[in-house]
Ligand binder design. Sequence first.
Ligand SMILES: [Zn+2]
Length: 256
Amino acid sequence: MNCSDVDRVIDPYCDSELGTTEAGDVRAHLDVCPACQQRVAARESLGRLIRLVPYYQAPDRLRVAVATARPPSRFALRWAGRPVRVSPRILAWAATVALAVSLGGGTVIRVIRTRHTDAATAAVAQDVVAGHVRALTGDHLFDVRSTDQHTVKPWFLGKLDFSPPVVDLAPLGFPLVGGRLDHLAGRPVAALVYQRRQHPINLFVWPAADTGEAAADTREIRGFQVQHWTHDGMAFWAVSDLNRTELDQFVHALSQ
Ligand SMILES: [Zn+2]
């Protein structure tokens, strides 16, 4: 394998897409060719930079445009007055890097997004406590009053565009006592009501905005314990005037 052979397979080599034999041939050449070593190193550091850039879902219109565009073969660029061949894949990467740099770098974007999410979560937590208090003081805790999960779960059918998971936790000390429709975070949600001694627990459930799993986030607001987590594509918010240990036990019981 010579330098132009390496040049031809540098993309698949760096993406670990070459067969064992061909990859071995490239490595053998790299051992004796500092110029190719340097090109591979540059290509790999570009790859690492790309992996730091956060991904965004392309709008459908853009995806259709990309899918139906005629694939260019190779672009002729000029570098220091001499023509340079650049593969479309490298161009696509370079465009992504240029985008990341023009937006101020991936880390900055991530920090801004995290702060934004934190603020949004805090606002929902306030909403959750308000919903809990409203249900208790407005005397509208139940639309369906039952300790039977097979009565409560079907009650939501046709009233929401999702089906909340409903489990009875009576054997674990948190009997299900009913449910109702509620409105939180700008959307209709399922409210399941559980009880521990004389303390009601509201468990609000709705489809999560992103499908990743998240561990419980605990906070105390105006004397109420609030826990939030996501599981199986659903966002869960538990709120009660129980102490933190007992609400922890409830959340634990739910995830068993
Ligand atoms: Zn070489």
